[in-house]
Design a protein around this ligand. Structure first.
Ligand code: KPL
Length: 303
């Protein structure tokens, strides 16, 4: 199977490395020239628990070098999804499938404007990765990956991808109701990302003070109200689940925290901002998420 990973940030590079090590024909595509040229010259350096290995990956800034692939994995930041979807359409040709494992909501609908929805697989992953610098990542945490067809009840294609991922050591499960999986991940990001990004703390430090936990709880509960109004089934212990993830990823700096640290645009509009917009459509007030969104927007506009 030939695979292209569009967006070779920390997570895209990690998946590219794991799939390459499993013997698949994988290409990493990104616009960040220093990262691509370092990987081309020296390979990708992957740090995991005090050990570093170098993976010889195919990397390019030019999609025409890749040719047609069977699977495109979209890993760009959510605000680049529209242009990544056009690239994915070219790479996938008439038969390839497109998998998005991006953070935030709305990515799949954007991809569906470029590719037939029945060729789209959506999902989430709990692997944690940090980009250390050009050609170098830290594999900070291992967790499950969950995928499902976006608009097809026949899960054959998703099962095929899951089998390949599992062989590559990426523990993957296929589910029928991928929308509630995306919402669960969204609610986790709603509770953790903006708070850690604004305060400079690591994920686990959300649990240190009652006042921070309470802020996290209220942000998540607003999101749950919107999900429920949309008919999405979310687990009753969602807030406790967010606390568990904060504990399990205690030493991680959230992806939004990493974006703010590097003075990069964040995915706030696809996370807390998404809940604010959806809440407005449904007449549900989301003051905590509104405030978190406004603060992040202000911060990133004044880097
Ligand atoms: O998905 C994440 C992120 O940082 O975007 C969590 C689960 C919060 C891990 O850091």
């Amino acid at each position: 199977m030939k695979i292209a990973v569009v967006g070779a940030g920390a997570m895209g590079s990690l998946f590219g490395a794991l799939l390459t090590e499993a013997g698949l024909d994988v290409w990493l595509l990104d616009i960040w020239e220093p990262h691509i040229s370092t990987m081309k010259q020296k390979g990708l350096s992957v740090q995991r628990e005090a050990q570093t290995r170098v993976v010889k990956v195919n990397a390019t800034t030019d999609p025409s070098q890749i040719g047609m692939v069977d699977l495109v994995i979209v890993f760009v930041k959510s605000y680049h999804t529209a242009s990544a979807a056009k690239t994915a359409r070219e790479l996938a040709g008439p038969r390839g499938v497109v998998l998005t494992l991006q953070n935030g909501m709305g990515n799949t609908d954007i991809i569906a404007q470029a590719i037939e929805p029945r060729r789209i697989i959506a999902g989430t992953t709990s692997h944690g990765a940090t980009l250390i610098g050009p050609g170098s990542i830290l594999h900070a945490g291992i967790g499950p990956t969950t995928i499902g067809m976006w608009a097809d009840s026949d899960q054959t294609q998703a099962n095929k991808i899951a089998a390949i991922f599992n062989k590559a050591g990426i523990k993957t499960e296929v589910v029928e109701d991928v929308r509630s999986v995306l919402w669960t991940k969204l609610l986790i990001n709603i509770g953790i990302n903006a708070i850690t990004a604004l305060t400079g703390i690591k994920n686990g430090q959300i649990l240190d003070l009652n006042v921070t936990k309470e802020l996290c709880r209220r942000a998540v509960e607003e999101g749950m109200a919107v999900a429920e109004a949309q008919g999405i089934k979310v687990r009753d212990d969602m807030v406790e689940q967010v606390f568990r993830v904060a504990g399990a990823t205690a030493s991680n700096r959230s992806s939004m925290g990493q974006d703010v640290d590097r003075k990069r645009q964040t995915e706030i509009q696809a996370i807390n901002g998404f809940v604010v917009r959806e809440g407005e459509k449904l007449g549900i007030n989301t003051p905590i998420n509104h405030t978190l969104t406004a603060l992040i927007e202000t911060l990133q506009a004044h880097y």
